[in-house]
Design a protein around this ligand. Structure first.
Ligand code: KG4
Ligand code: ZN
Length: 375
């Protein structure tokens, strides 16, 4: 989606000194994340690592509606983004003129919310005369474990499970992604959120359902393991949700039963994902599995896949809990890899609600180092 043509024209033909500068060896990157209901900002230095990060969650704002209200989300990003950026700079003891480049999430996500980060990131880069890069939100999630003290080694298989996506991806290196399987209907996080709603757990549902599941007996009710009885790496969670709805309608009139349903549902999702991960690891012969995205914060999922890793001899990595869900640090890191390789996005404000992960190229591989949000 483009901003009014005149603004795009102005940006496109303004003189940019950075377009001709040599590729830098080290860079300080400001990362901006506004794809959904969290405003995230971070400063990542290619030499020193993560210097600071800040996050504002809109949970309180959307809670009374039981889900994200897109226009409310956009307006709140407008209010919070610049103060968060100033906070990050102050925390790192830096000034905005120290920034060497700006990385912002350009998609996929809510278009209005994305445009806030894309406009602010682009404008800031323009004002500073520095390059900017449009980052794919899921590439950010996928690379988030690289921010940990012991980052995973390439190649690896990534289980990317968030509110909008469920995918298994073969990652040869940054920018070389092959989607092995994805959901045919609901994303894993969406299934958690909708099931939580059935159990009256409100929004955001995933963490609340996981908490209730801790008190329940996962064996009391039978739940299907969808699409595990046939070959393939795709997921489908909508049947599991319907199964749960029927169970809730028929049974859930006491707290213990609701906890047992939550535990059984969570176990079914986790075991289904574990089965698909085993298949993906076998098919690719990878020795490293990465779990990322909001559902990667689920402790039962982390523990189950860790056990699978020990059993089968794979290493299993995941980001710290705060970097499983949306954050600015993963965007700063992903953008830094591309900016360091000399890549940057043309000075036009663009965002994409949909953006296939495997359409990305290796950093710097796009001709003349220029990319659009659509690259
Ligand atoms: O990655 P993320 O922050 O946003 C998207 O890119 O979508 O993921 C948010 C999703 C939500 O659906 C939320 O319910 C789910 O991640 N989630 C969890 C847990 N924490 C967050 N699902 C299950 N267990 C959790 N502990
Ligand atoms: Zn996300």
């Amino acid at each position: 989606m483009n901003l009014p043509a005149s603004f795009g024209f102005l940006l496109k033909y303004a003189p940019f000194s950075f377009l001709t500068t040599d590729v830098a060896l080290t860079m300080l990157i400001l990362g901006i994340e506004t794809s959904c209901d969290e405003t995230g900002v971070a400063l990542y230095d290619s030499d020193q690592g993560l210097l600071s990060h800040a996050l504002h969650s809109q949970v309180d704002l959307h809670a009374e509606y039981g889900g994200v209200v897109p226009e409310t989300a956009s307006r709140d990003h407008v209010r919070k983004l610049l103060p968060l950026a100033s906070h990050c700079l102050a925390e790192a003891g830096l000034d905005r003129t120290d920034i060497d480049g700006v990385a912002y999430t350009a998609g996929p996500g809510l278009i209005g919310a994305l445009l806030v980060g894309a406009s602010a990131g682009r404008a800031l880069a323009l004002a500073l005369g520095k390059p900017a890069i449009a980052v794919h939100h899921m590439e950010g999630h996928l690379l988030a474990p690289m921010l940990e003290p012991e980052p995973p080694a390439f190649p690896f298989v990534a289980l990317l499970v968030s509110g909008g996506h469920s995918m298994l991806v073969e990652v040869r290196e940054v920018g070389r992604y092959r989607v092995l399987g994805e959901t045919l209907d609901d994303a894993a996080g969406e299934a958690f959120d909708k099931t939580a709603k059935l159990l009256d757990l409100g929004y955001p549902g995933g963490p609340a359902l996981a908490k209730l599941a801790e008190k329940g007996n996962p064996e009391r009710f039978d739940f299907p393991r969808p699409m595990t009885d046939r070959p393939g790496l795709d997921f489908s969670f909508s049947g599991l949700k319907t199964h749960t709805r029927n169970l809730v309608l028929a049974q859930a009139d006491d707290d213990a039963t609701r906890a047992d349903i939550a535990a059984g549902f969570q176990r079914a999702v986790v075991e289904t994902m574990a089965i698909k991960c085993r298949r993906a690891m076998k098919a690719t012969r990878a020795r490293q599995l990465v779990i990322a995205g909001g559902v990667g914060a689920n402790l039962e999922l982390r523990a189950t896949l860790k056990r699978e890793g020990e059993k089968h001899g794979w290493a299993v990595s995941y980001p710290r809990l705060a970097f499983c869900t949306d954050n600015g640090a993963m965007i700063a890191y992903a953008g830094c890899q591309r900016l360091l390789a000399g890549e940057h996005t043309d000075p036009v404000i663009e965002a994409r609600a949909r953006w296939p992960l495997d359409s990305l190229a290796r950093p710097g591989a796009v001709s003349a180092g220029h990319t659009g949000a659509t690259a």
